[in-house]
Design a protein around this ligand. Sequence first.
Ligand code: ADP
Ligand code: MG
Length: 390
Amino acid sequence: MVWVDVVEPCESLMGGSVASRVLLREVANGEVCEAASGALPAPPAMPKLRVEGLAKQYGSVDALLPTDLTVASGEFLTVLGPSGSGKTTLLQLICGLTEPTAGRLLIDGVDHTATPVHHREIGVVFQNYALFPHLTVEENVAFPLQMRKLGRVELRAKVARALEMVSLDGLGGRFPRELSGGQQQRVALARCFVFEPALILMDEPLGALDRKLREAMQIEIKRLHRESGATIIFVTHDQEEALALSDRICLMNQARVEQIGAPREIYESPGSIFVAEFIGISNVLRGRVESAGVLTTADGAFEIPSSFGQPGHEAALVVRPEHLEIVPGNGLVAGRIVESVFGGAETRLLIMLPSGAVITARRSGGETEMHVGETVGLRWASDRARLIRC
Ligand code: ADP
Ligand code: MG
C-alpha cells in the first residue's frame, strides 16, 4: 500500500486565484481511492514584485545583466553594491524611468513592463530630495495627492498626518531652502508615504546626510516601514546601513546580483571573496589545494575538510576578525602587530603575516593590551573559517 501526494489546481476562496489542493490517495492493489482531502493549505503569498531576466544595455555597456529577483510583500530589501554596479539602473527599470532591453516585471502578479511610470503607483525617494523649490513643505507633500485628484478635506488631513509621521508638523509653511538637509529629506519621505504606495523605491536617500543624522533617519525609515506595511527596495553603497535595515540584502557587482540573502546569512556565509570583502572585515588567505585536506598559502599550509576541492584548485580561507584568537606560541600562523586602532569598546589590531599580507584581529576592552611591534600567534576554530573556491 502506498500513499501518494497529488497536487491538483483548484479555485481558492480568496479572490478566485488558483491554489493547490493536496489530495492523499491510497493506492492499494492497483486501485486508487481518495482517502483524505484535508483543508486547503494556505496559498503561497503572491510576491509584491518579480523581475524576470530584466536587463539594460547602453550601447555596448551592460548596465544590468539579465536579472531575476523576487521581493515578498512587506519586505525590506536592500540593493547594495559599489558605485557603477547597476543599483540605480535596477531601480529605474522597476519604477519605469528606464525601458529594459530585455525581460519583464510583474507587480502583484501583473505584467507591468510596458506600464508608464505614472501608472505604476510606486513611491520613489532620491538622494537629492528632488523637492519643488517654489512650493512650501505642505504643497510639496500635497503634490502626489493633487495628481490623484483627492478632495480638499481628505488631502489636508493626509498631508498633516504625513508631516506628523516625519516630525515636521509646524513647518508646513516653509520653503525647502529654509530647511536643513535632514528636514528636506523628511519632506521627501513624507511626500512618498503620503499617497500610501504599497511599493517604495529609495535610491541612496541618506547619502547626503552626516553620520548622526543618517543613523537617526535609518530608525525613522524602519519605523515608517513597520507602520505602513509597504514593500521597500532601498539602494545604498553602505554595508553597515544594509546590515542594519534589511530583511534581505541583494548584493550587486558588475551589473549582476552576486548574492542575495538575510544580512546574517550574507555576513556568515559569503558565497564569494567579493562578498566576504564587501560586507564587514574579512581576512582572506588565498592558496591552492595541495592534496586532499591541505590548503597551501604564502603563509603556510592549513588543514581543510578533505572533501573540499580537488588538488590544484585555487581556494581561499576567510576568517572574520572576531573569530581570530591571539594565542601564546605560534598558533596556526604568527605575525607582527603593525597597527593598533583604539575604537572604544574594542581595539582593532593590524597584524602582518610572513608573506606581507595584513590581517585584522579584535581585542575587547577587558583583554590585555597588545602593542605595535609584538609578535603574536593566531588561531581560529576550523568551523569558523569559511572556504571559498576562487
Ligand atoms: P550604481 O547606481 O550602482 O552606481 P548605475 O546603475 O548608475 O550604477 O550604473 C551602472 C552602469 O551603467 C555604469 O557603468 C554606468 O556608467 C552605466 N550607465 C548608467 N546610466 C547610463 C546612461 N544613461 N548612459 C550610459 N551608461 C549608463
Ligand atoms: Mg546609483
